[in-house]
Design a protein around this ligand. Structure first.
Ligand SMILES: Cc1cc2nc3c(=O)[nH]c(=O)nc-3n(C[C@H](O)[C@H](O)[C@H](O)COP(=O)(O)OP(=O)(O)OC[C@H]3O[C@@H](n4cnc5c(N)ncnc54)[C@H](O)[C@@H]3O)c2cc1C
Length: 429
């Protein structure tokens, strides 16, 4: 079986790895010069079944409409993106009922947990270096009302085997002493011990090397000029260098799966949802005089601010990744200073003594591929030999390995180890 995977971010590289493992002849084609140069480059780095809620919670649609012009809104709509969201937005709205939201939430948790198991199995075979830390994450709350709400959600998640520990302010500070300078603005926190963190870009680069050693072929800086179809099948792809043929094609091009899908004669219901990150060095130079006794306290746990949909994540012991915010702005990838300032403000609030110079901070933005119901698109399409692995939104790292393995099994005509029928693209036909 010859398979072409388009896209070498988290979705594409995991699919390619598992396809190769199942014996397929795999070619990965990407227009970027290296793996993970789009949304998978500098994301929040969190593998969080605990944060599997889709963006379209009940009430989110109204919030989105009211967000126009509000640079501080966690979910922002730019007027320039309105036309591209017309039909898609109605589906987003339709998926915002309480029942639809809860069902998508639980499906996402299930896929996230399966994905963690898959990742751990992969690491037993290949102990990859990607700043992996399975310490859990902490959700923090600024007031008692938000804390109560967070506790209700955490209890509700127990039905999906997600465990947590609630902490009042004192317990929280004992657990994560680095938060001490922010004590005044914290009502409490919830630790989700099953969550993990890791550097998505390093993971993609390392897995690419493994897949290549195993025989997968990678073609970077490659454009698709034309897609040749015959009936319901795709026959070949034309690039500036050659014509490539395969038995099956997997679209894993992130937010760009939407325009790419058009070339394949498919309507792929993903839209770009822009997010930002700051990568802040921490070490003796970057951490101020914050100390407990004589010991400088560098954050250990990823801390999630639920209200802002943003997080501060320690990675590799020498940096913090501050990531979050969401904005419908089409395919615009310019860095908006005000949105970056919102992330900087979160960092300053949580860790006021971290004194990294602005010049040492790396700013970045990426486009999450988002579906109207907040669940990814995994599997067969209306074209007989085309499959999707995209639409993971804010969970593309969390759900990467499970999605990659399941899609590879579907392409190979196998029954996936995990039932992923809820994620079938056919639900939008
Ligand atoms: C700020 C931010 C923070 C995030 N934090 C987290 C987090 O903490 N945890 C989590 O689970 N997820 C997080 N996410 C989401 C996650 O990063 C994405 O869901 C994931 O990276 C999507 O991976 P992908 O492979 O689908 O897409 P991408 O990484 O965008 O990869 C798509 C690839 O396709 C290629 N491509 C596109 N078009 C073409 C074409 N026409 N021809 C050839 N190649 C093409 C691109 O070059 C790219 O390499 C975050 C996202 C953002 C933006």
């Amino acid at each position: 079986m010859r398979v072409i995977v388009i896209g070498c971010g988290l979705a594409g590289i995991t699919t390619a790895y598992y396809l190769r493992l199942l014996g397929a002849e795999v070619t990965v084609l990407d227009r970027s010069a290296a793996p993970a140069r789009e949304a998978s480059y500098a994301n929040g780095g969190m593998l969080t079944p605990s944060l599997a809620d889709p963006w379209n919670s009940p009430g989110a649609f109204g919030m989105l409409l009211r967000s126009v012009g509000r640079e501080d809104a966690s979910l922002l709509l730019r007027p320039s993106a309105l036309t591209s969201l017309l039909g898609w937005g109605l589906r987003f709205h339709a998926s915002s009922s309480r029942d639809a939201f809860e069902s998508a939430y639980l499906n996402n948790v299930r896929l996230a947990l399966y994905s963690q198991t898959t990742l751990r199995e992969l690491l037993q075979t290949h102990p990859l270096e990607f700043e992996y830390a399975p310490d859990g994450t902490i959700k923090v709350f600024a007031d008692q009302g938000a804390f109560e709400q967070g506790r209700l959600v955490a209890h509700w998640l127990k039905q999906a085997q997600l465990h947590h520990r609630e902490m009042n302010r004192d317990q929280l500070l004992e657990f994560e002493p680095a938060l001490a300078p922010a004590a005044e603005r914290l009502a409490g926190g919830i630790h989700f011990p099953g969550d993990e963190v890791g550097n998505a870009r390093l993971f993609c680069e390392a897995l690419k090397a493994i897949a290549e050693d195993a025989g997968a072929v990678f073609r970077f800086s490659e454009q698709i000029l034309e897609v040749n179809r015959r009936g319901r099948r795709i026959e070949s792809l034309v690039t500036p260098r050659e014509t490539l043929t395969a038995d099956a094609y997997v679209l894993a091009a992130g937010a760009y799966s939407w325009p790419l899908g058009k070339m394949f004669g498919l309507r792929v219901p993903v839209r770009p949802l822009k997010g930002y990150s700051l990568t802040v060095p921490v070490g003796d130079d970057a951490v101020g005089d914050r100390a407990v006794g004589d010991k400088i306290v560098v954050p250990r746990y990823a801390v999630v601010d639920d209200t802002l949909h943003a997080a501060v994540v320690p990675l590799g012991g020498n940096k913090l990744r501050v990531a979050g915010t969401a904005e419908f702005a089409g395919f615009d990838v310019s860095l908006t200073p005000k949105r970056l300032a919102n992330l900087r403000a979160l960092l300053d609030q949580l860790y006021p003594l971290i004194t990294a110079e602005q010049g040492s901070i790396e700013s970045w933005c990426g486009l999450r591929p988002v579906t109207p119901d907040g669940m990814p698109l995994l599997g067969a399409t209306a074209r007989d030999n085309v499959y999707l692995n995209t639409g993971h939104g804010a969970l593309g790292w969390t759900q990467a390995c499970g999605s990659g393995q399941a899609v590879a099994q579907l392409v190979m005509g196998q029954t996936p180890d995990e039932d992923v029928s809820a994620f079938a693209p056919a639900r939008f036909r």
